[in-house]
Design a protein around this ligand. Structure first.
Ligand code: FAD
Length: 502
C-alpha cells in the first residue's frame, strides 16, 4: 500500500516522486512505461534529433492534418525514465508573464507568474543570474550555450539591427527580445528530469520506481480512484493507495489513460464500448501545439564556418506580431548550420531559423482508437486550423526574413526561396512545410467551467483520489517551449498535495 502512486516518470512525474518522497514517512510508487536505461545518445544534448522515432519514443502519429496538406506527422514523446525530458532539445525557457495571466483568466486561480515564480526557482540552479528571478540550488542545472562561432554572432547582430531589444535573460525581467537562452545540462551533457530528480534518490527506502511498467487502467471504486492496474514485462499487477493517484503521463498519455479507465466524454466512451465512470467532457479536448517551420539561408563560402552539425549553439528571438497583445506570439530559434533541403542537399555554410507561432488559436483533440492502452490514440493537433494562425505565421516568416537579409555573409535564401513572396505563396509554403514543435498540451485543462478537467488544485473534477500534473493541465498555450513550465507545474503540485512541506 502506497500513499501516492505517480503514473509516468517524465518531466512532471520525476519532480513529484522526488518531492513527495522527501519525507520518509510517505511511501511513493513511480511507474514508467519505458525503460530505465538510457540509450547512449540521450546523454549528448546535441544528439536529440537522432532519438526521434527511436526505441525511447512512443512513435505516436497524428491524424492527417487538414490545414497542413493532409500530412501525418510523427509527434514524438519520450518513453523512458525521464519521459520527454530525456529526448528533448534541452531548451530551458519560461513563458512570458502574460502567458500565465491568461491561465488565471481561464479559471486557473493562483497560477499567475508571481505565484509560479517560487516554483520556477525551486526547480533550477542557474548560477550567476538575477536571483530575484532565478534559482540557485534546484535540481535542474541550466546553463547558456557554449558560443562557438561568428556566424551566429552575425545573425544576432542582424536581429538587433532589425530593432529587437537584447534580453540578458528571457527567464528574468526582460521577457521579450533576442537572447542566448539556457539549456538543461552542462558542458554538452543532457540532464533529464530523471537525472536531476530521481537517480540521486533511488536509495530512498520509501521511493519505489518501477520501469517497463505500462499502466493499463485506473482502479475506480465508485467515483474514487483507489489504485492502478499495470503490467511489468507482461505480468499484470494491481496496486492500491490509501492516498492519491497522480497522473503525469503527459498531454497524450494522461487523457488516453483517463478515457480507457472510463473517465471522459460519455458519448465517446460509450461509442468505444467503455463503461462510463465519470462523464468529464473536457478530457482529450483543447489540444494545443506550436506549429513550426524553417527558413534557411546560404552564407558566403568566405564567411565563418558553421559549428559541428547539431551543436547546441543557438539563440532565440521572442516577439509580438501585434504590439497590442501582451503575450508574445512569435518565436525564432537561430541555428548556425543549414539544414538539408527537400532534395537532400545542404549548403556548406548557412543559418537555419526554426520559427513558430507560440499562441495558436487552433485547438485539436486526443480521442480513442481502441478500448485499451495498447492502441495508440487518435491525435489531432489541428496545425494551422485556427482563424488567425496562418496570417500570424506569415508575419513571423517575414520578420525572420528581414533579419537574415541584414546578416553579414548572407548570399541566398534557400527556404522558402526567392520565388515565395506574396501572402498566398507564403501560405502555401507554410501549409506544405509545417512541422511539430513537440509541445502538445492542454488535454486535461485546468479551470472552473463545465469543460475543465482539473480544478486549480489539480484535482480531477467529479472524481476523488485523483490529480493530474503534467503538460495536459495547461489551459492555453505558453509563449515558450514547455519543459521549464512543466517542471514548475509539478513543483507546485507537490505543494498542493502536501501543503507546506518545504
Ligand atoms: C523531441 C522533443 C523536443 C523537445 N524540445 C524541448 C525543448 O527543447 N525545450 C522544452 O522546454 N521542451 C521541449 N520539448 C517538450 C518537453 O520536453 C515536454 O513538454 C515535457 O517533457 C512534457 O512533460 P510531461 O511530464 O508532461 O510529459 P512526459 O515528459 O512526456 O512524461 C510522460 C511520461 O509518462 C509515461 N507514460 C505515458 N503513459 C503511460 C502509461 N500508460 N503507463 C506508464 N507510463 C506512461 C511516458 O512514457 C513518459 O515517460 C520537447 C519534446 C520533444 C518530444
Amino acid at each position: 500500500m502506497y500513499d501516492y502512486i505517480v503514473v509516468g516518470a517524465g518531466s512532471a512525474g520525476c519532480v513529484l516522486a522526488n518531492r513527495l518522497s522527501a519525507d520518509p514517512a510517505r511511501r511513493v510508487l513511480l511507474l514508467e512505461a519505458g525503460p530505465a536505461d538510457a540509450v547512449p545518445e540521450m546523454a549528448d544534448w546535441r544528439a536529440w534529433s537522432r532519438l526521434l522515432g527511436s526505441e525511447v519514443d512512443w512513435g505516436t502519429r497524428t491524424v492527417p492534418q487538414r490545414s497542413a496538406g493532409n500530412t501525418v506527422f510523427l509527434l514524438s514523446r519520450g518513453k523512458v525514465l525521464g519521459g520527454s525530458s530525456g529526448i528533448n532539445a534541452s531548451m530551458h525557457v519560461r513563458g512570458h508573464r502574460a502567458t500565465y495571466d491568461k491561465w488565471v483568466e481561464a479559471g486557473a486561480k493562483g497560477w499567475d507568474y508571481d505565484n509560479l515564480l517560487p516554483y520556477f526557482k525551486r526547480s533550477e540552479s542557474a548560477p550567476g543570474r538575477d536571483a530575484a528571478y532565478r534559482g540557485t540550488d534546484g535540481p535542474m542545472l541550466v546553463t547558456p550555450p557554449a558560443r562557438t562561432g561568428m556566424l551566429l554572432d552575425a545573425a544576432f547582430a542582424a536581429t538587433v539591427a532589425e530593432g529587437h531589444p537584447v534580453s540578458a535573460d528571457l527567464n528574468a525581467a526582460d521577457m521579450t527580445g533576442v537572447s542566448w537562452h539556457d539549456l538543461t545540462g552542462i558542458e554538452g551533457r543532457r540532464q533529464s528530469a530523471a537525472d536531476a530528480y530521481i537517480r540521486p534518490h533511488l536509495d530512498r527506502p520509501n521511493l519505489t520506481v518501477i520501469t517497463d511498467a505500462l499502466v493499463h487502467r485506473l482502479v475506480m471504486e465508485g467515483r474514487r480512484c483507489s489504485g492502478v492496474e499495470f503490467t511489468v514485462k507482461g505480468q499484470p499487477t494491481r496496486t492500491e493507495t490509501a492516498g492519491e493517484v497522480v497522473l503525469s503521463a503527459g498531454a497524450l498519455g494522461s487523457p488516453h489513460l483517463l478515457m480507457v479507465s472510463g473517465i471522459g466524454p460519455a458519448a465517446h466512451l460509450r461509442e468505444m464500448g467503455i463503461e462510463v465512470r465519470a462523464d468529464v467532457a473536457g478530457v482529450g479536448a483543447n489540444l494545443h501545439e506550436h506549429p513550426q517551420a524553417l527558413h534557411v539561408v546560404r552564407t558566403s563560402p568566405s564567411g565563418p564556418a558553421p559549428s559541428r552539425p547539431g551543436l547546441v549553439d543557438r539563440f532565440v528571438l521572442r516577439f509580438r506580431t501585434d504590439p497590442a497583445e501582451p503575450d508574445p506570439d512569435g518565436e525564432a530559434v537561430f541555428l548556425d548550420y543549414p539544414l538539408p533541403s527537400a532534395d537532400g542537399g545542404a549548403p556548406q555554410k548557412g543559418v537555419t531559423v526554426a520559427f513558430a507561432l507560440m499562441t495558436p488559436s487552433a485547438r485539436g483533440s486526443v480521442r480513442l482508437a481502441g478500448r485499451d492502452i495498447d492502441t495508440q490514440p487518435l491525435v489531432d493537433p489541428n496545425y494551422l486550423g485556427g482563424p488567425s494562425d496562418i496570417d500570424r505565421m506569415i508575419k513571423i516568416l517575414r520578420t525572420v526574413r528581414r533579419i537574415t537579409a541584414r546578416m553579414a555573409w548572407h548570399e541566398e535564401e534557400l527556404l522558402p526561396g526567392p520565388d515565395v513572396r506574396s501572402d498566398e505563396e507564403c501560405a502555401v509554403y507554410l501549409r506544405d512545410s509545417i512541422q511539430p514543435f513537440w509541445h502538445p498540451a492542454g488535454t486535461c485543462r485546468m479551470g472552473n467551467d463545465a469543460d475543465a478537467v482539473v480544478d486549480s488544485n489539480l484535482r480531477v473534477i467529479g472524481v476523488s483520489g485523483l490529480r493530474i500534473a503534467d503538460a495536459s493541465i495547461m489551459p492555453t498555450p505558453i509563449s515558450a517551449h514547455n519543459n521549464a513550465t512543466v517542471l514548475a507545474i509539478a513543483e507546485k503540485a507537490a505543494d498542493l498535495i502536501v501543503p507546506a512541506q518545504h
